[in-house]
Design a protein. Structure first.
Length: 581
């Protein structure tokens, strides 16, 4: 396949494409036969001039015409079969790599890796579409070109060498095209991706952009990236057009040159087969160069496929597939942090330093502390999102980060500080996009105070929340996120600022929801700044600058925080009784 030679080795990619060999073999066979049938019109022309014109036999003309029509039909059927085989190969590639690339992209986003975008999915789609591209078909037709070259050599070696020189010239044009345009096309694609990312970010923050009048400045910055992309693309396209024109010129000119050379050999009585070989040599020479001409014309597709392969190879290498793990029993909720040290993905300094505490099933822990104390970092570590660089966070003695998320997830309830909803219905989001139990949905909606709100909606549970929950208020998103966290009655619940957008009624519903989870034996960790949740909390963990300042029963830690606050408060300065000189 015509893919850039700088492709990094990737076992998964090679194995995925190796699995496509049955489809490629059949497609190669269909392409070879169809490539040979391309000569049918030329053979028909020669036979008509040789047999029909000389014999003046209408029956011969009829039979030759039926034969060439049949050849056309077979050729089109084979073209269709090739397309179907390549389409089936693309589907097989997607079945083999689709879920893996999606999971790797997701994991890269969690780790804040450079490939943490949707680009890998676009790259996989491009490789799938490359299977049906003209450039790959031209590569599959290259054996036909070798057959044509052998036939030209059989007609006369000098014609064969001349045709070979034409092929080398075409190959040189293809290599020069690659050298001249690859860097520009890659840079253009990077600029296009940067412009797209910037536009996506502006659209996500559309309300703030509009309210503060930022659209003009943002549009200018986007236009800068877009203009750079367009300039690089235009420059590469103009350069590529020169090589495409040169490739077409060589194909056309070489057919005529072979015709003239064959005529010269005929005049010297050195041409095997007589005058008819003049036409045959010219036609074979043009058809022999056709795949290389197509490849040069679609070289941009080959370059993009090479870049897509490189990016996918880098992603799959940086995010290896998860190892098979033994299924573990559902957790009971025994939580333990042992000298936990956590460094956020992409950062160099740890945010949490030596955090230790333990909880029994049915206990509620409140995590308090000033801003940037590491509270949200702790929440992410406790649900296994961020790995520890020292120590461990364990649930029932098992490392939370290493636990298979597909197994652990149903037993975890997590509400992040920034509530993240997915495009779908309210029922989809609360039921975690799985099959849902209506009785359980109604129960959790009552628990978090959502039931009346949902009943008042025209579409009820089927109401679409919009992209990232854009159709809902902050408080509604908060309650739906809380309902999602509690839906499956998980054994371990982590709530990060769950009442940040709630009113008094929402606060009361939240307290009741935490009390219900506690009553059924769930372990609950709540990150909060509000004292309203203190009555339902059993223990408190006081963090400051990533370190534990106090941990223990609620009242003891609250007393410690009050003492520390009084000690840190500066003493009032007495007013001077005498004028200061």
């Amino acid at each position: 396949m015509l893919i850039n030679s700088r492709i990094a080795p990737s076992r998964e990619l090679h194995e995925a494409f190796a699995a496509l060999r049955p489809w490629l073999r059949r497609s190669l066979l269909f392409t070879l036969i169809a490539g040979l049938l391309i000569l049918a019109p030329s053979v028909y022309m020669l036979e008509v001039y040789d047999r029909v014109v000389n014999s003046r036999n209408p029956q011969t003309l009829l039979m030759l015409t039926l034969a060439v029509v049949f050849a056309f039909v077979v050729m089109q059927v084979l073209e269709w079969a090739h397309d179907e085989e390549m389409h089936a190969a693309g589907l097989q590639l997607d079945r083999r790599l689709g879920a893996r690339v999606f999971a790797a992209s997701f994991e890269a986003n969690l780790r804040a890796l450079p490939s943490s975008t949707t680009q890998p999915l676009a790259d996989l789609r491009f490789l799938r579409e490359f299977l049906t591209s003209p450039v790959l078909k031209a590569a599959l037709e290259s054996p036909v070109s070798l057959v044509f070259l052998v036939v030209i050599f059989a007609i006369h070696p000098l014609l064969g060498w001349a045709a070979g020189v034409g092929a080398l010239v075409q190959l040189a044009i293809a290599l020069l095209n690659n050298r001249a345009t690859h860097a520009q096309l890659s840079a253009a694609q990077r600029s296009a991706q940067a412009a797209q990312r910037y536009a996506d970010g502006a659209l996500r923050n559309a309300q703030a952009v509009a309210a503060m009048g930022l659209l003009g400045d943002i549009r200018r910055r986007w236009a800068t990236d877009q203009s750079e992309f367009l300039q690089l693309q235009a420059k590469a396209s103009l350069g590529g057009a020169v090589f495409v024109a040169g490739a077409k010129l060589v194909q056309v000119a070489w057919a005529s040159l072979l015709l003239g050379l064959a005529c010269w050999l005929l005049l010297r009585d050195e041409l095997t087969g007589g005058a008819a070989m003049l036409i045959v040599a010219s036609i074979l020479g043009g058809q022999m160069l056709r795949p290389l001409t197509v490849a040069v014309g679609h070289w941009r597709t080959a370059l993009q496929a090479g870049d897509a392969w490189l990016r996918l190879a880098a992603l799959l290498a940086s995010v290896p597939p998860a190892a098979e793990q033994m299924a573990l029993p559902p957790p009971r909720g025994q939580l333990q942090a042992e000298n936990l040290v956590v460094t956020p993905p992409g950062a160099h300094q740890p945010v949490l330093r030596g955090v230790s505490f333990s909880l029994r099933p049915g206990e509620v822990l409140g995590v308090i502390g000033p801003s940037a104390a590491g509270k949200s970092c702790l929440a992410r570590a406790l649900v296994g999102l961020w790995p520890s660089t020292g120590g461990k966070a364990r649930l029932d003695g098992v490392d939370l980060h290493a636990w298979n998320k597909a197994q652990l997830g149903p037993h975890i309830g997590y509400l992040p500080q920034e509530v993240e909803l997915s495009d779908g219905t309210i029922a989809d989001n609360i039921a975690r996009f799985g099959p849902f139990d209506q009785a359980r949905l109604d129960s959790v909606a009552h628990t978090v105070g959502l039931h009346e709100f949902i009943r008042a909606l025209p579409d009820g549970w089927g109401t679409e929340v919009g992209n990232e929950g854009a159709r809902l208020s902050g408080g509604q998103r908060q309650r739906i996120g809380l309902a999602r966290a509690l839906y499956a009655e998980p054994a371990f619940v982590v709530l990060d600022e769950p009442n940040a957008s709630l009113d008094d009624a929402g606060d009361a519903a939240l307290i009741q929801a935490i009390q219900d989870a506690k009553t059924r034996g769930a372990t609950v960790v709540v990150v909060t700044h509000r004292v309203s949740l203190m009555p339902v909390v059993d223990k408190l963990l006081w963090l400051s600058e990533g370190a534990v300042q106090a941990f223990g029963p609620r009242d003891q830690v609250l007393a410690a925080t009050r003492r520390a606050t009084r000690a840190a408060r500066p003493m009032p300065t007495a007013a001077p009784t005498e004028p200061v000189s």
